[in-house]
Design a protein around this ligand. Structure first.
Ligand SMILES: Cc1cc2nc3c(=O)[nH]c(=O)nc-3n(C[C@H](O)[C@H](O)[C@H](O)COP(=O)(O)OP(=O)(O)OC[C@H]3O[C@@H](n4cnc5c(N)ncnc54)[C@H](O)[C@@H]3O)c2cc1C
Ligand code: FES
Ligand code: FES
Length: 1292
């Protein structure tokens, strides 16, 4: 659908693997027998077009458009501020729309489930869910009853009544009602076709594939004989759909339920739900266990098309269904021509993967799920890197049948998934334990036997084998608890003299405090509140500054009309580029063989270093950045050459045929430790020092030393890096459309390559996506392609290539030594930061410098010394990312604060308070600081989060729950604003007024979701005193604003706002004489008159930039203009058996001066916070020992999803805060909220501490970032982790 021929570009392509939901569409089918229309959401990227014969596909364009009518879903998403960059938005619209087609008044559970398969990197989901709530049956109040009040009535208490505050960012009164009668009808011609056309075999022939849709099982079986190697495609989620209607049934039999193999997983879910409601509990235990897995398996889009049979037959180790189905004695009904047979499900795993139990001619017709019997218990478990829409790390299915009325095991079955290549059975363990009582001795033996029997191979994809083993035994323990609890309530009935008596079985059950672990975390619709200061009563109603104005492109995002580079219409003769990247981390290029690639269909040329007309390099810092690898490659993913072809597919196919011969070079340095060993660093190394650290260490009561490792992070912008170069046809000029935060630098690079670019345009952009130098290279190589082809060239990176080629946030290792007094005063800190810069310098030294400048976070440390070393390694070059070094540096600081708390026995918040900046002071680089608003944020956060009472409640919860613990943490933040170099904050704008009174505005800032264009229009509206509707924005381009600085460091609004204001004031000044003469005239009158008087109606505006500097020799300066303050309090609950956690509540207070647009600013805070949760708790990059990235897409790299945001989420903007240094007293807010995500990290640490204290474990312990489930589990050491450790020792 996104192909040029159809030109429906609203459906986005974010990953191509079903993992992001950006491509969601609605499929509608008509079933003539029942006369029912079925609507379901599906991932377009996985849908074979041939499978849609007879189906209606609705894309976002079909839902509504600005040209016809926008749909309430689109309207509400935009007006509730649920769209920033908008790349995810069409997918979100389609998921919600499909749900509403089926359930016009859904429950909040249905709504939240519908969004589980849609990722958003910008918004933090809260505003999207706010829009969703307006369609739900339930009240949209926060339902927060902690103080007996809900958000709708607690406003009065929360604030100082002098301040007029608001809690509403949108008005529901504006919304059009949802009217199901207005929806598109199912196309009558398709209905007629389904009813009247006899079923016939469909055959489609393609370039490489033939698709046959048989109409009967017999025909399918014949085809299987004829084409034994052809895959049987059902949902195509495993192969890479045809609903086989003949395999699409379900029957209730006396022995259980038989489900057709082609039933979608969603249908299976519905059937099981109904059966559970219909039958007694005793009979439905298998159904419940299967349903348990289905709730979190994939997203709704996947479950709607993925078939039951496909999941089973694939025999993947990650199947969540196979372990529980196999353990439950399910049967498979197979058919081949002339033959039918039934086999136990467990047989297909008997000899490991690839066994020949099912022949190539056979088809799985149906699966029989038996009823559970009296005395039989079944359970299924899974642990994944993210609770929903993530393949499992390990899962399990377990079943036990007892001798009647006893706790003696009659039959036991244990299957695991995720452990080895396919589902495995702990057969010997089960046999050994048969006949045993269900008690602690059996449990102990079972765990040891399982660990012995299921041999896990060494890790091949960066996964921790010990964690998997721990999960295996922990799952069994959980099963043990569940069954023990059920045995306790088991009652035997016996008859005597025609009377029935009850005989309670007297099994001990489980301790009360173990009970909560039997309940899994559930995703509930989060409740949220946003609080900001209203504009003053004297402000004109037309003046939009300070009001929650909708994102200027919100509606275009929601209708799919916003144009991204991939959506730009095809240019005549356009070619496509595919990069060929290095597969070696450090090697000499011996040869590049392009002969096969050149023979490929549609190939135009292969571009190598020899085709670069000028120097094959450009300078970003002192060291050159290479465009195409010359003789040597220095990381996996480095661009070696590129194929240009007539289509994207042809370019990629040919790129795969380029053969590069390498000779490995030594050393291959991937980690910080290896860089230290090889003394491999970029210069300069930086140091800052204040006070006398050595002397201070002499006088302190205590010294601690520690170390923390912080992993990197991928930007994971939803729109991958992309660009289009269009030759102008003369003077070697071209227009370049690129995804960059710095168009001017791209222009400089092209000039360097001897091209004159007439315009570098930045289109719609993803979330905080900073270009990496590697991509800058590919942008530059575009110039070369154009030179050779003289035709337009387009490059859209696949998600995988994007992740492999680009760098990301820098991994850090920090070593620290902290001296403090017994009362908690920290008087000396000596810290060393090692930063993994990757293979070229990029901005890594700047990142290291910022990390030193921000090391103090909110604390006054009188004697402080810190170093930063940037390691040169063979990884893709790491680069700028939201927060620019502060998220890592701040985490280190808060870690040693927490260590001091552990050592002194004081609480972390006490240590924070004791050491916080309190009065006008100087930072460690001698810049003045007024911390008044820091303290206000802290105190308000303490109060609004009810920290003290919740601390007490958590302590009580932790006493009453052994396997689940809660934790809480409150973290303050001082986020210095500035880019440390005066000329890097200059900005310019261009404003035209047309004679009809309309205004066209442009400036040098890049819109990447942060709402800069919206805010600039607000600024112009205030300055010119005209409504926003009269002001239009023109795309950012080097033709209108030359030499614009990069949009970085939260400074976009600050600096461009000043430039826009300047331009508007220039224009107003010119208009002043006319206005004075006709004060009662209208804007249009004045403009017309100005034109008549030949007054220029076009002006540029300029802002010189801030006076920021830093003298690294002296270690002092004024690198920042002002400070943003904040505080966040987060509460979490962990499951000690799995390491899983749930974010229960977060309260954020942020001082952002006078917000220009509270909706946009709160959106930035929340979006950044959730991205921060990603960095600190889940986003984990895994590399092979050869430097190959394993985590290349949403399947392996997990960014936060809807299930990860706090169940209660409140953001308040500090009232009465002024900032004399920025436009309208506002503060730049793009980055600051990110760091507050670490409050979740420390809340998790608090929960783990509580576990360790209860178990008498060693007090000090170190946690690294991301604090994944694996780490949490490892630090909640218990008998099970001990067994795994012992097993390891035994096996050495
Ligand atoms: C993004 C994403 C997330 C996922 N998350 C999970 C998860 O969390 N847990 C989980 O368990 N799974 C997960 N899956 C896997 C998914 O459940 C399976 O891919 C799906 O069930 C396979 O069904 P299908 O109809 O798509 O199979 P297809 O892709 O159409 O076929 C898969 C294979 O099965 C064969 N086959 C299919 N039906 C039959 C039949 N009736 N008889 C004989 N052979 C047959 C085909 O020939 C093919 O080899 C996920 C998949 C994706 C893409
Ligand atoms: S593009 Fe289809 S799910 Fe990501
Ligand atoms: S708005 Fe969701 S990814 Fe940008």
């Amino acid at each position: 659908m996104t192909t040029f021929s159809v030109c429906l570009t609203g459906t986005k392509y974010g990953c191509g693997g079903g993992g992001c939901g950006a491509c969601t569409v609605m499929i509608s089918t008509y079933e003539p027998a029942s006369k029912k229309i079925r609507h379901y959401s599906a991932n377009a990227c996985l849908l074979p077009i041939c499978s849609l014969y007879g189906a209606a596909v609705t894309t976002v364009e079909g839902v509504g458009s600005t040209k016809t009518r926008i749909h309430p879903v689109q309207e509400r998403l935009a007006k509730c501020h649920g769209s920033q960059c908008g790349f995810c938005t069409p997918g979100m619209v389609m998921s919600i729309y499909t749900l509403l087609r089926n359930h016009p008044e859904p429950t909040s559970e249905q709504m939240i489930a519908a969004l589980a398969g849609n990722l958003c990197r910008c918004t933090g989901y809260r505003p999207i869910l706010d829009a969703c709530k307006t369609f739900c049956k339930e009240s949209i109040c926060c339902q927060r009853k902690a103080n007996g009040k809900c958000c709708l009535d607690q406003e009065d208490d929360l604030f100082d009544n002098k301040e007029k505050v608001s809690t509403s960012l949108f008005s529901t009164d504006e919304f059009q009602p949802l009217d199901p009668t207005q929806e598109l009808i199912f196309p009558p011609e398709l209905m007629r076709m389904a009813e009247n056309q006899p079923k016939r075999t469909l055959v489609f022939h393609g370039e490489r594939v033939t698709w046959i849709s048989p109409v009967s099982l017999d025909e399918l079986l014949d085809l299987k004989i004829a084409h034994p190697k052809a895959p049987l495609v059902v949902g195509n989620t495993g192969v890479g759909n045809k609903a086989m209607h003949t395999l699409h049934f379900h029957n209730l039999l006396v022995t259980g339920l038989t489900l057709g193999a082609a039933c979608s997983l969603s249908l299976v879910k519905d059937i099981l739900t109904n059966a559970i409601a219909e039958f007694p509990e005793e009979k439905t235990r298998v159904f419940c266990a299967v349903l348990q897995q289905l709730r979190t398996l994939g997203g709704e889009q996947i479950r709607n098309v993925a078939s039951f049979g496909g999941n089973i037959i694939s025999r993947k180790s990650t199947s969540d269904l196979n372990p529980v189905l196999a353990a439950s004695n399910c049967m498979l009904n197979l058919a081949s021509r002339g033959q039918k047979r039934q086999i136990p499900m467990s047989d297909i795993f008997a000899d490991g993967v690839g066994n020949n139990t099912i022949t190539p001619e056979e088809v799985l017709v149906s699966i029989h799920i038996p009823y559970s019997r009296k005395g039989e218990y079944v359970a299924a478990f899974r642990q994944a890197p993210r609770r929903e829409n993530a393949l499992p790390i390990t899962n399990a299915g377990m079943r036990v049948l007892f001798e009647e009325g006893t706790d003696i095991i009659k039959d036991l079955s244990i299957f695991y998934g995720g452990a080895v290549l396919t589902t495995v059975c702990a057969k010997q363990t089960c046999q050994t334990l048969t006949g045993r009582h269900w008690n602690e001795q059996m449990l102990d033996e079972a765990c040891r036997l399982v660990l012995k029997e299921i041999a896990l191979p060494g890790s091949t994809d960066g996964e921790n084998v010990d964690y998997k083993k721990t999960l295996m035994v922990s799952f069994f323990y959980r099963f043990f608890l569940e069954v023990s609890q059920s045995l306790k309530t088991m009652v035997n009935y016996f008859s005597c003299n025609s009377l029935t008596f009850q005989d309670p079985c007297h099994f001990p059950g489980i301790p009360m405090e173990y009970g909560s672990v039997l309940k899994d975390f559930k995703t509930r619709m989060p409740q949220s509140i946003q609080i900001y200061q209203d504009v003053g009563p004297s402000q004109s109603p037309q003046d939009p500054v300070g009001r929650p104005v909708m994102h200027q492109s919100g509606i275009k995002h929601a209708t799919g009309e916003a144009v991204y580079i991939d959506d730009l219409p095809p240019v005549d003769g356009e070619l496509f580029l595919a990069a060929v990247t290095s597969s070696r981390a450090h090697a000499k290029i011996v040869s590049i063989d392009t002969s096969e690639a050149l023979k490929g269909a549609g190939v135009f040329d292969v571009i190598t270093v020899h085709d670069v007309p000028a120097a094959n390099e450009f300078y970003f810092s002192d060291d050159p950045e290479i465009i195409f690898a010359r003789n040597e490659v220095i990381c996996v993913g480095q661009i070696v050459c590129a194929v240009v072809a007539d289509s994207d597919v042809h370019a990629k196919q040919a790129a795969a045929k380029v053969k590069i011969e390498y000779e490995m070079l030594e050393p291959v340095i991937l980690t910080i430790e290896e860089a230290i060993k090889h003394n491999s660093f970029f210069e300069p190394k930086r140091k800052l020092e204040q006070g006398n650290v050595e002397e201070a260490f002499e006088t302190v009561d205590n010294i601690i030393e520690g170390e923390i490792c912080i992993g990197g992070q991928k930007h994971f912008y939803m729109e991958t890096q992309s660009m289009l170069a269009v030759p102008k046809g003369e003077d070697e000029e071209m227009d370049l459309y690129v995804s960059t935060q710095h168009p001017a630098i791209i222009q400089v690079m092209l000039l360097h390559l001897s091209y004159f670019s007439t315009g570098i345009r930045s289109n719609q952009f993803p979330t905080e996506s900073e270009p990496t130098e590697d991509l800058v290279k590919s942008k530059s190589c575009r110039g070369d392609c154009y030179s050779i082809t003289s035709r337009a060239v387009r490059l859209i990176l696949s998600r995988e290539d994007d992740m492999v080629i680009t760098g990301g946030r820098h991994p850090f290792i920090a070593k620290y030594k902290v001296g403090f007094m017994n009362d908690g005063r920290i008087t000396a800190v000596d810290a060393k930061y090692y930063v993994n810069g990757g293979c070229t310098p990029d901005e890594s030294v700047l990142v290291a410098e910022v990390s030193l400048l921000k090391i103090d976070n909110a604390y006054k440390i009188p004697n402080l010394r810190c170093w930063a070393y940037v390691c040169k390694t063979n990884l893709p070059s790491n680069t700028a990312f939201r927060g620019f070094g502060f998220p890592q540096s701040g985490l280190v600081t808060e870690t040693w604060i927490t260590d001091v708390a552990d050592k002194t026995g004081l609480s972390p918040e006490k240590i924070r308070e004791i050491n916080m900046y309190k009065k006008n002071e100087q930072t460690h680089f001698k810049q003045k600081l007024d911390p008044q608003n820091l303290i206000r944020c802290w105190n308000e956060c303490m109060e609004k989060s009810a920290y003290c009472s919740r601390r007490t409640a958590i302590n009580e919860f932790n006493k009453q729950n052994y396997w689940k613990k809660r934790g809480i943490a409150i973290v303050p933040m001082k986020f210095p604003f500035g880019v440390s170099t005066p000329y890097l904050s200059q900005a310019a704008a261009l404003v035209h007024i047309y004679t009809d009174g309309s205004v066209l505005l442009t400036h040098g800032g890049i819109e990447m979701g942060q709402g800069i264009h919206t805010k600039m229009i607000q600024v112009a509206s205030r300055e010119l005193n005209i409504p926003m509707s009269s002001i239009h924005f023109c795309e950012t381009s080097t033709t209108t604003v030359p030499n614009a600085c990069a949009s970085i460091g939260s400074a976009g609004t600050d600096v461009n706002g000043m430039a826009v204001k300047d331009a508007c004031q220039t224009l107003l000044k010119r208009l002043q004489p006319i206005i004075k003469k006709n004060p009662t005239g209208t804007w249009n009158d004045w403009i017309k008159e100005a034109f008549k008087q030949s007054v220029s109606l076009s002006a540029t505006g300029y802002f010189r930039g801030y006076n920021e500097y830093m003298d690294w020799e002296k270690g002092e300066g004024h690198p920042f203009t002002y400070f943003i303050f904040g505080a966040a309090c987060s509460e979490v609950e962990i499951n000690c058996l799995t390491g899983d956690h749930k974010n229960l509540r977060t309260d954020i207070i942020m001082d952002i001066g006078c917000s220009i647009n509270p909706a946009v600013d709160i959106g930035q805070i929340e979006g950044a916070f959730v991205q921060g949760i990603g960095l600190y708790t889940m986003e984990e990059l895994k590399y092979s020992s050869e430097g190959v990235l394993y985590t290349r897409g949403p399947d392996q790299y997990k960014i936060p999803a809807v299930c990860d945001i706090p169940e209660q989420f409140s953001v308040s903007l500090l009232s009465s805060s002024q900032n004399p240094y920025a436009i309208y007293a506002s503060k730049g807010i793009g980055e600051a909220g990110f760091f507050l995500g670490c409050s979740v990290f420390f809340a998790l640490r608090d929960a783990v501490t509580s576990v360790r204290n209860e178990r008498g474990l060693k007090k000090t312990f170190a946690l690294n970032s991301p604090l994944t489930a694996e780490q949490i589990r490892a630090n909640c050491a218990d008998a099970f982790t001990e067994m795994v450790r012992e097993g390891e020792e035994g096996s050495v």
